[in-house]
Design a protein around this ligand. Structure first.
Ligand SMILES: NC(=O)c1ccc[n+]([C@@H]2O[C@H](COP(=O)([O-])OP(=O)(O)OC[C@H]3O[C@@H](n4cnc5c(N)ncnc54)[C@H](O)[C@@H]3O)[C@@H](O)[C@H]2O)c1
Length: 283
């Protein structure tokens, strides 16, 4: 199947990045939010990113205008009626995602592939909210989407070969390198990354080292581009929180237990860059 038009549900951190990259690759994109204010915020952030690229000489003004012209914002799933692929990038909560997929099953055309950008939840569980188990898969982008080259493609036991191969061609067509994982909690990257960042919070909590020294140690000692606490602030503490919670619920593996400090920061909405405060200050 040829993909011409793509829907994106949610225009937050990931949805905005996915919308931008997909539109830059020449696809028509419909992107949705829960209200006009959040939609405007998401579209403005895409516009700001593209403006930065123009200022740096990485993108022509004409290409920026053409990219923005390919994006249509909406607050209703009815506008997904002519999409060939819809990628869900809403909050990491199973009940919400199931509701979204049940809606998409009604509003997207029968031939359309439905995908989730979930970091940790079971794609098969989401698929049960639809009548098209064979047309569901995970297309997991990384943050920031325009920069990060990787996509994890998640195949459930019911994903058809055609859906899977179309998903692979699509991910490659937007400039990503594909790795394949089964529908298991955290797939590859988060299965390895989440225990490490949670351990970093425990290290801080136990007073073994300062936030700066934990970050510097991992950055310089393991040659990571940033330390784990800076990474949580970038990704969003709430995002890591929901991922860890989902992974613990599914595996009961104690390495995914959320440290107390993270519970407190979650309650205080110290979510990192997006709220101006996390492990560090961004105001
Ligand atoms: N942040 C990351 O680094 C990252 C990386 C990879 C994958 N993910 C996954 O991507 C998904 C989104 O994460 P995020 O960081 O973009 O979260 P976010 O909170 O920044 O954005 C989610 C957006 O979805 C919107 N939304 C909620 N319900 C909706 C609905 N019914 N219709 C339309 N929009 C709706 C919210 O208003 C919000 O703006 C999650 O499943 C997360 O696990 C996140």
């Amino acid at each position: 199947m040829e993909i011409k038009k793509v829907g994106v549900v949610g225009c937050g951190t990931m949805g905005a990045g996915i919308t931008q990259v997909v539109a830059m690759s020449g696809y028509q994109v419909v992107t949705s939010e829960i209200n006009d204010e959040l939609l405007k915020k998401g579209l403005n952030s895409i516009n700001a990113q593209l403006t930065k690229s123009v200022e740096k000489g990485k993108l022509s003004q004409a290409d920026k205008d053409a990219t923005m012209a390919r994006i249509k914002g909406t607050t209703t799933t009815k506008d997904f009626g002519d999409c060939d692929l819809v990628i869900e990038a809403a909050v990491e909560l199973m009940d919400l995602k199931k509701k979204i997929f049940a809606d998409l099953d009604k509003s997207a055309p029968k031939h359309a592939i439905l995908a989730s950008n979930t970091s940790s939840l079971s794609v098969m569980d989401m698929a049960t909210a639809t009548s098209r188990l064979d047309k569901m898969l995970g297309i997991h982008f990384f943050n920031p989407v325009p920069v990060m080259k990787l996509v994890e493609l998640i195949r459930t036991i019911a994903t058809s070969d055609e859906t899977f191969e179309t998903g692979r061609r699509f991910a490659e067509s937007v400039g990503k390198t594909v790795v394949v994982a089964k529908d298991a909690p955290g797939f590859i990257v988060n299965r390895l990354m989440v225990p490490q960042v949670l351990h970093a919070v425990r290290l801080l909590e136990s007073g073994i080292a300062s936030r700066e020294d934990i970050d510097t140690a991992i950055q310089l000692g393991l040659n990571h581009p940033m330390g784990p606490l800076t990474l949580i602030d970038l990704v969003g503490l709430d995002v890591v929180y929901f991922i860890a919670q989902a992974m613990y619920e599914e595996t009961k593996d104690p390495q995914y237990i959320i440290p107390n400090l993270m519970h407190k920061m979650f309650a205080a909405r110290w979510l990192g860059r997006k709220t101006g405060k996390g492990f560090y200050d961004y105001k």
